[in-house]
Design a protein around this ligand. Sequence first.
Ligand SMILES: CC(C)(COP(=O)(O)OP(=O)(O)OC[C@H]1O[C@@H](n2cnc3c(N)ncnc32)[C@H](O)[C@@H]1OP(=O)(O)O)[C@@H](O)C(=O)NCCC(=O)NCCS
Length: 216
Amino acid sequence: MTNIGPDATERYPMPHHQKLVFLKNIITNPNIEVGDFTYYDDFDDPFNFERNVLYHFDFIGDKLAIGKFCAIASGVKFIMNGANHEISPISTYPFAIFGNGWEKINEVANLTAKYPHKGDTIIGNDVWIGYNATIMPGIQIGDGAIIASQAVVTKDVPAYAVVGGNPAQVIRKRFSDAVIERLLKIAWWNWDVAKISTHLKLINSVDIDALEAVGG
Ligand SMILES: CC(C)(COP(=O)(O)OP(=O)(O)OC[C@H]1O[C@@H](n2cnc3c(N)ncnc32)[C@H](O)[C@@H]1OP(=O)(O)O)[C@@H](O)C(=O)NCCC(=O)NCCS
């Protein structure tokens, strides 16, 4: 089959609906990486996406990495490590950031080392993140997962799990563990686009045997 479907380099793959973007084509922050065909659909302005990656400071350098073929709904927020205050001291107030002498409470060389760092935020492939969900710092979300609307994700989400609530809990697994293992081996999102286009019906089916037969 010749190449069909949208062009991954398009900013607006549905020209009549300019609130939906292929996200990688509007990202300006080098600490945000997004895979092909992942889209963001905002009620108002899709450029809100980057504004909703919160407390994401260059001097911390933490990364938000999102895989391919993810669907991200309006209002999804990623809270990054710049949001973290110290928790173990008597006061959580961030005295040191104000300087003018208060920075001397630092026992470590720099502010970045002083405040808790939970690592990068990593979202897999084919992840659907529902309306207004919030993803906390350092969270990893596995391939094929679904994040329910309004979820607050505080723990890593396994591949093909559906999670919801605050704090988000696993509602169910989308497939058995054995099937999930096979799907992760197939990893259809890594196929070239022509092959994906040829086998769209299978990817959109529940016939794992047939999908496996066309290659992993
Ligand atoms: C997560 C979701 C996919 C589940 O759909 P579903 O499989 O049809 O699930 P059900 O409605 O049968 O609910 C299953 C369970 O999850 C719970 N649940 C559903 N949505 C939830 C949510 N947003 N937060 C917390 N729990 C939720 C239900 O209460 C139910 O709990 P129970 O098993 O204790 O009764 C769906 O509820 C959802 O949030 N979709 C996102 C929609 C969205 O934001 N779209 C944006 C446009 S892309």
